[in-house]
Design a protein around this ligand. Structure first.
Ligand code: SF4
Length: 71
């Protein structure tokens, strides 16, 4: 698994991202599979397009699964 910092505000940490991930062991991080790092934007500006850890947009909102993790 790879680790991604939420502070980068990329699609991978956005609440509108539909790919596979889980909150990381370290607060403020997300764990994901580098070989499956693409997922669809859901109801954002890129709705239906596959996005990944290097993509972002101005409508980023934090993944709600991260609330309360201290990050
Ligand atoms: S394109 Fe924007 S709204 Fe869609 S998942 Fe990425 S950051 Fe979120």
């Amino acid at each position: 698994m790879a680790v991604h910092p939420v502070e980068r505000k990329r699609c991978l940490s956005c609440n509108r991202w539909g790919g596979a991930r889980r909150p990381g062991a370290v607060p403020g991080t997300i764990e994901y599979d580098e070989d499956a790092d693409k997922g669809p934007c859901v109801e954002g500006p890129w709705h239906g397009s596959l996005r990944g850890p290097r993509n972002a947009c101005g409508q980023w909102v934090p993944w709600m699964m991260l609330e309360g993790d201290g990050g």
